[in-house]
Ligand binder design. Structure first.
Ligand code: WT7
Length: 695
């Protein structure tokens, strides 16, 4: 490990003002699902793992489990072993007897002139069955096969997911904003013979031709050795062709047409083992290749159902709106599976929050009488900047609100609480990850007070720990930051990385495992790759990633992935990507590149780099800056010192650079980026002080 100017985690003393407690409103407490403090006893460590049966009992099982937790093959934990169930049955069929006429999904198109569209549970049931019939009888898909779904936020997305789940087919949803290349690579990794698309969608007032991405995805997959046999295309508007990209005969099929052959067909839900994979969700890690986080059926569905009930406080009569995209884990767990499993009404919004103006979310909330609202700090910052006084103009009332995905500054939290929530709502700041499937750190909204900027205590049955670099526990109230770990398994922990058990163990368990031979879960803490700090009151404050992941607007991007995209530009010799602080998005990537000998037009190369990043990954990876530099700072062994570049981009102390192979380059780059004059150095946020440490 390089030690050039390295900051020891243990050296970092974190100073901030402790925020005041804010008690949840009594109106909220009076109606909350989770009010009895005795539940904390039921979920004590001595009751682990049996305590989680309380969540499993919220589901309908075809066969009950024999064993709650099987630890015989760590860290491949098995939950509710012997149990059998179907996720689509749990999210749809079981609500019909009492609630068939209740709204399951309310779709809000981006254009305000287009009416909202409501699907009752009965309508959802009919559509899920017919789509499942297409997948089974037209595509020949069966339990265990994988399907890649690259779709925007339209009702057909959750319908397609539930149709897969009905058959035991493993869905892999790729965020609609990702490029065709990104979707193709993921399809190839998961061996998806079938891909599902939408022809088009609306975003910020523009119609996006999404079908164009399908052709790129199929070509990319072919280069990786996978033949995609069928592409099913949903029409954004029935009967209209909104895309100019031609259909490929014998490969591309409109869903609308296929469905005509399957009207009124019913497909029995396939009963699967609790451990049967429900979906893959690709996420960025510290290598160039995204990893397919594999989630199971029983443990996952039990955990997202239980946490939706207790931490989102969803009741049958609520209107729940999570503004995330279903293409991310938040959407899977807390737009689709958790809320629908509880029989709730879940709102799906197609567009950007500030379209056509910053009052839009509050008009939607008023019109649909949304009372539970869930979003990210980036969306809150955007809405605040564009319309700080907008919420007061609308007559809506949230009883509960969520912030998720990135650390929220106390000031932004307070605007959310006072202006968006009108001081009427209980707020939860939920910490979790694609890998964890559900919330792991959050306040219990009617029991624990809120504290701006702190995620809160551990969720029920979760036992986190903060380790220093040597694996020693940092106690509560020590005033020092460290690595966040989770001591115990929980039902929605990912099962493995798709086709890469070895990487799964290495990435999440190797760092703090006490004894690789042990079958006692206590020897296998989970490594979250986040820095965190534990206050004396057992509230966790999350500081951000300690690996090479950049959290842009609550979305994970790997520095190595962006670097690989840069290197596809032929003139680029070397590239390094670092996070830079952004007032709205939290962090954004900054790119440093050196050019091959003889290349002189840096401006043109910069543009090509930006284009390459957008094509290979998507617009969300667009850099905040591209710096064409003569050389990159390196250790004597040739390792690029990204930490130093991050320090320059964020005007932080670069530390000792004298042991570098090319120390003079640091000052040269600094002047190029910061200008000639003296620069006031910033202390910088904790994650940036630690950036590159795990390399
Ligand atoms: C990373 C996981 C969890 C769903 C959305 C993101 C950061 C997540 C919080 C929070 C501070 C947070 C962490 C984590 N993060 N929630 N409440 N406070 N940081 O899922 O894309 O897998 O990203 O998001 O850094 O590791 P993801």
């Amino acid at each position: 490990m390089a030690t050039v100017g390295r900051t020891e985690t243990t050296d970092i003393a974190v100073h901030w003002k402790e925020e005041e407690y804010i008690q949840p409103p009594t109106t909220f407490v009076r109606q909350a699902n989770l009010v009895d403090p005795a539940i904390v006893d039921r979920f004590r460590e001595e009751n682990f793992p049996d305590c989680f049966q309380e969540y499993a009992e919220m589901l309908a099982w075809d066969r009950t489990w024999d064993t709650v937790l099987d630890t015989s093959h760590p860290p491949f934990w098995k939950w509710f072993v012997g149990g059998r169930l179907n996720a689509s049955y749990n999210c749809v069929d079981r609500h019909l007897a009492r609630n068939k006429n209740k709204a399951a999904l309310i779709f809000v198109p981006e254009a305000e002139t287009e009416p909202t569209c409501t699907l009752t549970y009965q309508e959802l049931f009919v559509r899920v069955n017919e789509v499942a019939a297409v997948l089974r009888d037209f595509c020949g898909l069966k339990s265990g096969d994988r399907v890649t779904i690259h779709m925007p936020m339209i009702p057909e997305l959750p319908i397609t997911m539930l149709a897969c789940a009905r058959l035991g087919v493993v869905h892999s949803v790729v965020f609609g904003g990702f490029s065709g290349e990104a979707a193709g690579l993921r399809a190839a990794d998961s061996d998806s013979r079938v891909m599902i698309y939408a022809d088009a969608y609306y975003r910020n007032g523009k119609l996006i031709d999404h079908k164009a991405s399908a052709d790129i995805a199929v070509r990319t997959a072919a280069n990786e050795g996978l033949k995609v046999e069928k592409v099913l295309v949903w029409r954004r508007r029935d009967g209209q062709d909104l895309s100019n990209t031609p259909m490929v005969p014998g490969r591309d099929y409109y869903m609308e047409e296929l469905l005509k052959g399957f009207r009124r067909v019913r497909v029995d839900p396939v009963s699967v083992d609790a451990e049967h994979p429900l979906f893959l969700m690709y996420t960025s890690g510290s290598t160039g290749k995204p990893k397919g986080c594999q989630h199971g059926t029983g443990g996952y569905l039990a955990y997202v159902t239980g946490t939706s009930k207790y931490y989102q406080d969803i009741h049958p009569e609520d209107v729940y709106w999570c503004m995330a995209d279903i293409g991310w884990i938040t959407g899977h767990s807390y737009i689709v599976y958790g809320p629908l499993s509880l029989g709730a009404t879940t709102v799906l919004y197609e567009g950007v929050p500030t379209y056509p103006d910053a009052g839009r979310p509050w008009r939607i909330a008023e019109q649909l009488d949304v009372n539970i609202f869930h979003t990210s700090p980036t969306a809150i910052r955007m809405l605040r900047k564009a319309g700080p006084d907008e919420p007061a103009k609308y007559n809506y009332h949230f009883k509960h609100m969520t912030t998720v995905g990135e650390p929220i500054e106390p000031e932004t939290w307070r605007w959310y609480h006072e202006v968006v929530g009108k001081r009427e709502a209980a707020i939860v700041d939920t910490w979790w990850q694609t890998e964890t499937g559900g919330f792991l750190i959050t306040t219990k909204p009617a029991i624990d007070p809120m504290k701006a900027g702190s995620a809160g205590p551990a969720a029920l049955g979760i036992f986190p720990v903060i380790f220093d670099e040597d694996g020693r526990e940092i106690p509560a109230g020590a005033g020092r930051a460290g690595n966040l770990g989770i001591r115990n398994p929980w039902p929605s922990i990912m099962q493995t990385i798709w086709k890469d058990d070895e990487r799964f163990v290495r990435q999440y368990y190797a760092k703090f495992c006490r004894d690789p031979k042990s079958t006692d879960w206590r020897d296998w803490p989970y490594f979250a790759a986040d820095g965190a700090m534990l206050a004396a009151d057992n509230y966790y404050r999350i500081l951000g990633r300690v690996d090479d992941v950049i959290n842009v607007a609550g979305h994970r991007l790997g520095t190595k992935e962006i670097e690989s995209a840069c290197l596809t530009v032929p003139q680029v010799a070397e590239a390094a990507v670092v996070p830079v602080v952004d007032e709205i998005k939290g962090r954004m990537p900054a790119i440093y590149a050196s050019l091959k000998p003889g290349v002189t037009d840096g401006r043109q190369v910069s543009e090509q780099i930006v284009a390459a990043v957008e094509t290979m990954i998507g617009k969300i990876a667009r850099p905040k800056g591209v710096h064409i530099v003569p050389d990159l700072p390196k250790t004597r062994s040739g390792k690029i010192m990204r930490r130093i570049l991050a320090a320059i981009s964020n005007r932080m102390e670069t530390g000792d650079v004298t042991t570098l192979a090319n120390p003079e380059i640091v000052e040269q780059i600094r002047k190029q980026v910061q200008g000639e004059g003296p620069v006031e150095l910033q202390e910088g946020p904790e994650d940036l002080k630690r950036f590159g440490e795990q390399e």
